[in-house]
Ligand binder design. Structure first.
Ligand code: PMP
Length: 457
């Protein structure tokens, strides 16, 4: 294959096995290599570049903003763009989430959410409160820093850092395709998965549980997996019953990615804190946010100490906030969320054909956040060994075709399993979806032939 090797290892990420070419620029849904080859960004980086690359309106806005003001520290100053951005995020969130705490990315956002939950209980009940544990799920991803990794349920990402991690309880994911209960319907899986939350809270004692965190549509750990909306109804009831804060991790699923402003809308979910990052600024600058309800805000900031003991230098960076607000303005004006829903349905319709390839096990998702899981045997759902690297082969074959897909970071059980995430920019056109599909099908056909050692027609 004609892809460049990195000449030097100055950038820690790149080693001698690096397969990706150096990128010269981006244009709409395309990344363009220094060799001129055009790649459809079929995963928007990692579901980040929601409005595509090289947006001139954002570029012009950024230039003007930098010339006016680039940085102020949130502990002292505010700037119009910070306030406008916060207001727009609140408008995009489920009702009742009214207070935005800015950070620089997803891991910082989930860490912020659990510190908010902990400080809420300390301010409300005093320092003697024993509420600190956060329940999360296997086959989940909430970030790479120690607090967020403590919540992350992707085994491969946790293993070697185990000694650093907080001992947070984990329950099963609403992973219908591989549900451990033998449930026949998504609704049944969702109910059984929610009941695990109640059991786990009781096992540890509600007095020790501060929060429960969930992605509405799973990202890298099991791309596209989502529950029936009954799951979040039950979660809300259980969290209310045991005085537990419900955190929704919309780092990947938020910002229009699933065909709604936030994926919580699909499920009529009502979290106490929602975290968002990635597509919020479409990748033009780093940003994330934790958005909380009045109860948490008032307890800490109005009736309590008035000081959330947390903060990062780049929290509420005026430029990042301005760009995120501009990106959301463009998405609203151009109806990109509606487009995302339409093109997502269209793409899923086309993907159904891929079940003709014996390695395609499951296709699932919402909007343009779609996962494909690969299996050795469609009937038994037997996964490939991770060492067989099927998702890696799809990635390489995709690149050859001029398509970038995201190889899922997780696996079925830490040892076996392959999935990829499809998440092209949400302003993709129908013609571009067709092109993406054709390239993906070729990559899957070639991979099928490689792993099965036989021609596929
Ligand atoms: N939560 C979810 C659901 C994510 O998908 C990610 C990133 N893949 C994170 C948190 C962490 O975000 P970041 O990489 O920006 O720290």
């Amino acid at each position: 294959m004609s892809l460049n090797k990195a000449p030097k290892n100055y950038v820690f990420y790149r080693n001698q096995n690096w397969i990706y070419p150096r990128i010269e620029r981006g244009e709409g849904i395309y990344l363009i290599g220094e060799d001129g080859k055009r790649y459809i960004d079929g995963c928007s980086g990692s579901a980040v570049a929601n409005i595509g690359h090289g947006n001139k309106e954002v570029a012009e806005f950024a230039k003007q903003h930098i010339e006016r003001i680039a940085f102020t520290h949130l502990s002292r100053w505010t700037v119009d763009s910070i306030e406008k951005c916060a207001e727009r995020i609140v408008n995009w969130c489920p009702e009742g989430l009214n207070h935005v705490y800015f950070v620089s990315g997803g891991s910082e956002a989930t860490e912020t959410a659990i510190k908010m939950a902990r400080q809420y209980f300390v301010e409300r009940d005093g320092h003697k409160t024993s509420k600190w544990k956060v329940i999360s799920k296997w086959n989940s991803y909430h970030g790479a820093t120690m607090g967020s990794l403590s919540m992350t349920g992707s085994i491969g990402r946790r293993k070697i850092y185990d000694p650093f991690l907080a001992n947070f309880p984990k329950i099963n994911q609403f992973y219908h395709y591989r549900n451990p209960w033998g449930a026949k319907t998504l609704e049944e899986t969702s109910l059984l998965a929610a009941e695990e939350l109640e059991k786990e809270i009781l096992r540890h004692g509600p007095e020790n549980i501060a929060a429960f965190i969930s992605e509405p549509v799973v990202g890298s750990a099991a791309p596209g997996v989502h529950p029936d909306k009954i799951y979040f109804q039950r979660v809300r009831e259980i969290c209310d019953k045991y005085d537990v804060i419900f955190i929704m991790d919309e780092v990947m699923s938020g910002s229009g990615r699933t065909g709604k402003r936030m994926a919580s809308e699909h499920f009529e979910a009502k979290p106490d804190i929602l975290v968002v990052a990635k597509g919020l600024s479409s990748g033009y600058t780093p940003i994330g946010a934790a958005v909380c309800n009045d109860e948490i805000f008032n307890t800490i900031m109005v009736e309590g100490s008035g000081h959330f003991i947390h903060g990062h230098t780049y929290a509420g960076n005026p430029l990042s906030c301005g760009i995120a607000d501009k990106v959301m303005e463009i998405i609203e004006r151009e109806n990109y969320i509606e487009n995302c829903a339409i093109q997502g349905d269209y793409l899923v319709g086309r993907l159904e054909d891929l079940y003709n390839y014996p390695v395609v096990g499951d296709i699932r998702g919402k909007g343009l956040m779609i996962g494909i899981e690969f299996v050795k045997d469609q009937e038994t759902k037997e996964p490939f060994q991770v060492s067989e690297n099927v998702k890696g082969k799809i990635t390489v074959n995709g690149l050859e075709e001029g398509l970038v897909v995201y190889p899922g970071g997780g696996s079925v059980d830490g040892v076996r399993g392959d999935h990829i995430l499809l998440a092209p920019p949400i302003n993709i056109t129908k013609e571009e979806v067709d092109l993406l599909f054709d390239k993906l099908e070729k990559a899957i056909k070639k991979t099928t032939e490689e792993v099965l050692g036989q021609k596929v027609y």
